[in-house]
Design a protein around this ligand. Structure first.
Ligand code: PEP
Length: 250
């Protein structure tokens, strides 16, 4: 499977910064050797779609499950699609833990994305306290179980395993941690997950990306902080492309 290299810009890079980023982003990878994905802020989506000089897909960082309505500040999956998004990040840990998004809401958003023809990229991951309490397996199975049925209409989807303790902290899961968690996610998805990429996210950098995507069941990376600089993100894409080539050859 071609490795997915996805950047989640969170609340960074307005339209001008997006255009500047994409004019500089030139990873030395052959077309098709990695699948590049960007999740810019909603207001930068149009600039991103217009400004890319490399083949890439663009998604939104969040959607509401309703198609329209009196929901000030929200954006529907249909609107995101019309504005050029082809994917939607759903259930990111910042949505779950800062904005209080529940498993049930994640499920409704996944269903809405699937209905609108967006590829849901659903984030799961445990808190440090949950890991320390030996609850990794239970938490991941609960989170996957909460959206699995909602995938019914999705032509394609991805899951991102992002241990909450590794997001934006500089702490990274070891390849062994990632292997264990990705195995649980794959098992929880069962046949539904056949062919669906499962990405790793949490302080991915140019120096650790290759080791992480070389782990069986790690089909790519979701990168936050290190995706904000075009040269750094290009190095991550290059590392994933060569690790992918090496894996395919072994
Ligand atoms: C993320 O936001 O999904 C993420 C993994 O962030 P970071 O790479 O900064 O840890």
């Amino acid at each position: 499977m071609v490795k997915v290299v996805a950047g989640n810009w969170k609340m960074h890079h307005g339209p001008s910064a997006t255009t500047r980023f994409l004019s500089r982003f030139r990873p030395e990878v052959e077309d098709g050797s990695v699948r590049l994905v960007f999740f810019p802020p909603h207001l930068s989506l149009a600039a991103a779609v217009a400004g890319t000089r490399v083949p890439a897909d663009f998604g939104v960082q969040n959607i509401h499950w309703e198609g329209s309505g009196a929901l000030t500040g929200e954006v529907s999956a249909e609107m995101a699609r019309e504005a050029g998004a082809t994917l939607a990040l759903i259930g990111h840990s910042e949505r779950r833990h800062i904005f209080g998004e529940t498993d049930a809401e994640v499920g409704r958003k996944v269903a809405a994305a699937a209905r609108a023809g967006l590829v849901p990229v659903v984030c799961v991951g445990e808190l440090l306290a949950e890991r320390r309490a030996g609850r990794l397996d239970e938490v991941l199975r609960r989170q996957v179980g909460a959206f699995a049925e909602s995938l019914a209409g999705a032509a394609e989807f991805m899951v991102a395993y992002e241990p909450v303790w590794a997001i934006g902290t500089g702490e990274t899961a070891t390849p062994g941690d990632a292997a264990e968690a990705h195995g649980i996610v794959r098992d929880a998805l069962g046949t539904l997950g056949r062919g669906a990429p499962v990405l790793y996210g949490g302080s991915v950098k140019p120096g650790n990306a290759a080791a992480l995507v070389s782990v069986p069941d790690v089909d790519g990376v979701l990168v936050g902080g290190a995706s904000l600089d075009p040269d750094v993100f290009a190095r991550i894409a290059e590392a994933c492309a060569s690790a992918g080539r090496a894996g395919a050859g072994s």
